[in-house]
Write a protein that binds this ligand. Structure first.
Ligand code: AMP
Ligand code: ZN
Length: 486
């Protein structure tokens, strides 16, 4: 029997007992990246949160089929199907084929997921690999009157759908409110209703990514891909659907409408949404200009960053907040997380060296059930981490001879950290490059830089400093000479 869980369901806006459709099995779909440019740290927060959820579901005893798609076609600049095609625009800027753009940024996404130690999903379907399924679903919606065609473009008829269904069910907004907040976008004057959205879009002859369909050459709308692919791999109804909160009001609302209209059943039992990563209170996004890249974060090469931070200290920083709380980025917060992560890892390394004696300690015995209780209450990682730090204090006390650890407690403690820190939170030991050889090489460079400064060759000394910074190595000048940190 898997462990009991409660999940906050965006649909009901309450914590609910989690009961999967099929005992012991969980189907989970998470909206993946739009691979038209580098992903930023905000995106990474969402994917790392669902990675932790995937990991804890497995720890809790479920067999999970985790589907996370790659959006490699059909996403226009605006989420309301307005503006240029993101891929075509980028292809022009970079003078590449759209599929070269897709390849390049999918590769980057995978590299970053590996850096953050996110497990690969069970299935990673692409929109371009499922054009047939999207056309089939569009045909189905058309044939039952839920959609209409205007010169090769197919729109979903929201007002018709709303007569029998609650279109704003996920965002808890009624149709009039939604209508009031929507204007007719240029190029979309042919829609019957302002809220109608495109299932299939007629392509202009010069459009680079287009496919044959019953309505002529075109490409899919953004929302239909997730409906078609979740249905294909998880069924018309499945357990968990996730994504960032910014997807609730349009993308996920439209997914529900498409699925309900096509399949006659609500697709998802538990809608889960991660909150946003912000920088000084502003949501991180490419357009806000505060969306630094993971590489910039690791190397410290962004004006907002005082230094570089390692992937695991960043992952620890993310796990320290609950996935439904906003997480504000600041150098101070990351430096605190860096210290916390180092303290945790040092304590875990110490466990093996502890001498055992005496009886079991009640606090140690209770730790696993406390961590499980926190995690089974909507994946409360900050509380679970606080409990793990009770263990850290205990380990340090034993190491200092202030407390004793029994042989069984030592075995249990080691397993507890393995299960939670490494398997559930997905943290890992980072390569220790800070060794004597590294120190020796760095001293040679620091001496060269000092010599350059002494002969007032600041061009060389600055160049050395900047090159090292690009590698994630920061030089600090002090009164006793320069030191470095990674
Ligand atoms: P995109 O590639 O823009 O489709 O976004 C991929 C995922 O990242 C989606 O689930 C978004 O909701 C999520 N996301 C975008 N911006 C942020 C942010 N600032 N914080 C957390 N998640 C975000
Ligand atoms: Zn999606």
């Amino acid at each position: 029997m898997p462990k009991a869980l409660r999940i906050y369901n965006t649909l009901s806006r309450t914590l609910e007992d989690f009961t999967p459709l099929h005992a012991n099995l969980v189907g989970m779909y998470v909206c993946g990246p739009t691979v038209y440019s580098y992903l930023h740290l905000g995106n990474c927060r969402t994917f790392s949160s669902f990675d932790m959820i995937f990991r804890y579901l497995k720890y809790a005893g479920y067999k999970v089929r985790y589907v996370r798609n790659i959006t490699d076609a059909g996403h226009l600049e605006g989420d309301l199907d307005e503006g240029d095609d993101k891929f075509a625009k980028r292809a022009k800027i970079e003078q590449l084929e759209p599929m070269e753009i897709v390849q390049k940024y999918t590769q980057y996404f995978h590299d970053v997921m590996r850096d953050f130690n996110c497990l690969p999903p069970s299935i990673e379907p692409t929109a371009t690999g499922h054009i047939i399924e999207q056309i089939e679903m569009t045909k189905e919606l058309l044939s039952h009157g839920w959609a209409y065609e205007v010169e090769g473009t197919i729109y979903f008829d929201v007002e018709k759908y709303s007569k029998e269904n609650n279109y704003g069910i996920l965002s808890n907004r009624n149709l009039n409110d939604l209508l009031d907040g929507t204007r007719t976008l240029s190029g979309q004057e042919d829609k019957r209703g302002r809220l109608d959205f495109a299932l299939w879009i007629k392509a202009k002859p010069e459009h680079l990514m287009q496919w044959q369909s019953p309505w002529g050459m075109g490409f899919p709308g953004w929302h239909i891909e997730c409906s078609a692919m979740s249905k294909k791999y998880l069924g018309a109804q499945f357990d968990i659907h996730g994504g960032g909160m910014d997807l609730i009001s349009t993308h996920h609302t439209n997914e529900i409408a498409q699925n309900c209209a096509c399949n006659g059943v609500a697709p998802v039992r538990y809608w889960m949404h991660t909150n946003m990563l912000t920088v000084n209170g502003v949501r991180m996004s490419k357009s806000a200009g505060n969306g630094f890249l993971p590489d910039e974060l690791f190397s410290g090469s962004h004006p907002l960053l005082e230094k570089g931070y390692s992937p695991m200290s960043v992952r620890f920083f993310m796990m320290q907040s609950h996935y439904r709380s906003t997480l504000d980025f600041s150098n101070e917060a990351l430096q605190a997380a860096e210290k916390g992560y180092a303290r945790l890892m040092t304590a875990i390394r110490l466990i093996d060296t502890l001498k055992t004696e005496g009886d079991s300690n009640d606090m140690v015995v209770a730790l696993r059930s406390k961590c499980e209780a926190a995690m089974s209450e909507d994946f409360n990682t900050p509380i679970a981490i606080a409990h793990l730090f009770e263990g850290v204090t205990f380990i340090n006390n034993v190491n200092d001879g202030r407390e004793r650890i029994s042989p069984q407690d030592k075995i249990n403690l080691k397993q507890l950290y393995q299960d939670f820190v490494f398997d559930v939170f997905g943290l890992k030991e980072e390569a220790v490059i800070h060794n004597n050889k590294m120190d020796g090489v760095m001293q040679i460079l620091l001496d060269q830089r000092a010599e350059a400064k002494a002969r007032k060759d600041f061009e060389t000394s600055d160049r050395l400093r900047d090159k090292l910074l690009n590698l994630g190595i920061t030089i600090q000048d002090g009164k006793d000479g320069a030191t470095y940190s990674l």
